[in-house]
Every structure is written in C-alpha cells, then in structure tokens.
Design a protein. Structure first.
Length: 183
C-alpha cells in the first residue's frame, strides 16, 4: 500500500488539492448566494449583471431587447422584440465553471504570479465567452425556438466546457510546474 501511495503521490496530491480548492470556492460561492438573497439585485448581483450585459449586447446587435425579473422563479427573463426567449438563472453566470477552472489551475499550479495572472485571464475569458454564448443562444432561440434542446443542452455546454478544456491544456503544457519535459 505504501509503495502505491509513493508511486501515485503526485496524482493523490492533485486530487486532494483539486477537491479542497473546489470545496472552498463552492462554499464561498454558496455563502455569497445566501448573503445576496434579498439584496437589491435580483436574483443575485452576478446573475443580474450577466442579464444586464446580455441585454446590452443584444441591443448593440440591433435587437430590441429587454430583461425583466421572472415573477415565479429566481431568474431574469430575456425578451427580444417583445418575445420571451430565455431566462438567465444563477447557473448561467459562469461562476461554477470558473470555480472548476480555478480548482484545476491551483491543483496544477505553476509559479505563484503566473498562476494568479492566468487564473484571472482565464476567468475573464470564460466570463466573456459565456456572455457571448448567452447572446447567441438568445438569438438562436428567437429565430429557431424548435432547436431549444440541442442549442441549450448540447452545443452551448460543449462550447463553454471546450473553452475550459483548451485553457487547461494551454496551462498544463505552457505554465504548470508539474509537467516534466521528456528526457
């Protein structure tokens, strides 16, 4: 047993670090959600911000868009040209994806400054890509509502998680201290 622990020490360290960082960030995010419950931003500040930014981008693309608080659930409705096309819920703000990204990054840490800068840059890329994803999804649902399932459950999750995967691969291959060059 001891030989297995020694042999797989780096793998075990990665898993434990990943799970610990994921747990801490998830608990922190859940505390934020509990604290923001009842704030002036509905349903919470970050989800509201994503809805506002989506609205701004849609209007910038020439659509007559607006957002409205959903009366029956904690979400923001996206309305394009008077047609309710989508809703922005807490899961749409990309924070859970950013938590996953950062947990992996810390578990495969590089130099401290590089890890911080890449984590910040990657989080911004994920957030921005998520906004673009919601805008494209909203426009797609406006024009092709019968494609809702494939757009929402297949194509767009594949794109956002594909982006995270590419960021991880760049990190592991270019910045992480854990990868040793072939001798």
């Amino acid at each position: 047993m001891k030989s297995l622990l020694v042999k797989y020490k780096s793998v075990i360290r990665f898993i434990v670090t990943f799970l610990a960082v994921y747990a801490v960030l998830t608990i922190g995010y859940n505390l934020y959600l509990n604290i923001s419950n009842g704030s002036k931003f509905y349903p919470d500040y970050l989800t509201h911000l994503v809805a506002e930014q989506t609205n701004t981008l849609l209007n910038g693309l020439g659509y007559e868009a607006r957002i409205a608080a959903h009366p029956n659930e904690p979400s923001m409705k996206i309305i394009i040209n008077g047609k309710y096309v989508a809703r922005v819920i807490e899961g749409c703000n990309a924070i859970s994806v950013i938590v996953l990204f950062l947990s992996f990054l810390v578990a495969f840490a590089g130099k401290f400054k590089t890890t911080i800068l890449y984590g910040l840059a990657g989080s911004i890329i994920i957030y921005a890509f998520n906004l673009i994803r919601i805008v494209i999804l909203s426009v797609g649902l406006y024009h092709y509502p019968w494609r809702r399932e494939i757009l929402h459950t297949v194509i767009f999750p594949m794109l956002i998680y594909g982006t995270v995967f590419i960021l991880w691969m760049v990190w592991v291959n270019r910045f992480s201290k854990k990868v040793k060059p072939n001798a």
